[in-house]
Design a protein around this ligand. Structure first.
Ligand SMILES: [Zn+2]
Length: 218
């Protein structure tokens, strides 16, 4: 039997060796195919993950009963970031974190009654669509709060510092400037999403969004 296997192996080796002339382009084609398939979308208990990273956006929602609370690792990194920002004389502060489905529902309703649905949708998420419900998103601000929750936050020392350093702590600016059509949200220089250092570094370098990186629509 062993001899038979050996003979078969040699035969297949010869076959592949014979084929090399014609197949020089094949590995490249295969690599391209693999690259396209590299992002794996999975769903568990109604929550969507891409390559293991939770995804929530205008189209992808979280179940109403999904309430994990604040992610401990994300909060630890946020606190470390805020603490280390002090070394650069930056007064970064925590403004908000985990928000339940019910809280988002109340918020969204109040925004709609104040500004109308179309306007509210540009800056607020419908219940089940807020990244704050994941426990992985945080809003930061400055001690004096003058530019908190405004695009002008990026012009403050705190906003600039976050833009330059957040990725080192595993955070991305989730709704960047110029990506409104992709994320569905206006620029929010204060809204940070924890994705871990590796992905945060990549997204920072490529100046991209989760939607573009994962090749998923919002
Ligand atoms: Zn936010």
């Amino acid at each position: 039997m062993k001899k038979l296997f050996l003979a078969a192996s040699i035969a297949s080796l010869m076959l592949s060796a014979c084929g090399t002339h014609d197949e020089t382009d094949e590995p490249n084609k295969q690599q391209v195919a693999e690259k396209k398939e590299q992002h794996k979308v999975t769903r568990k208990d109604g929550v969507t993950y891409v390559d293991g990273h939770l995804l929530v956006n205008k189209k992808v929602s979280l179940p109403s009963d999904y309430a994990p609370g604040e992610n401990a690792e994300a909060r630890k990194q946020l606190d470390r970031m805020i603490q280390e920002s002090r070394q650069d004389d930056v007064n970064l502060v925590f403004r908000s974190g985990f928000r339940s489905y019910e809280t988002q529902q109340q918020l969204y309703r109040s925004y709609v009654s104040r500004d109308g649905e179309a306007a509210a949708d540009k800056y607020s998420a419908k219940p089940g669509h807020s990244e704050h419900q994941s426990g992985l998103a945080f809003d930061v601000g400055s001690v004096d709060a003058s530019d908190d929750f405004k695009t002008s936050f990026v012009k403050t020392p705190e906003g600039q510092w976050v833009k330059d350093h957040a990725h080192k702590y595993g955070f991305i600016i989730r709704y960047p400037e110029g990506k409104e059509a992709i994320t569905g949200y206006q620029y929010e220089p204060w809204h940070l999403r924890y994705v871990g250092k590796e992905l945060a570094q990549t997204i920072h370098n490529e100046e991209t969004t989760l939607e573009e990186y994962f090749e998923v629509g919002q």
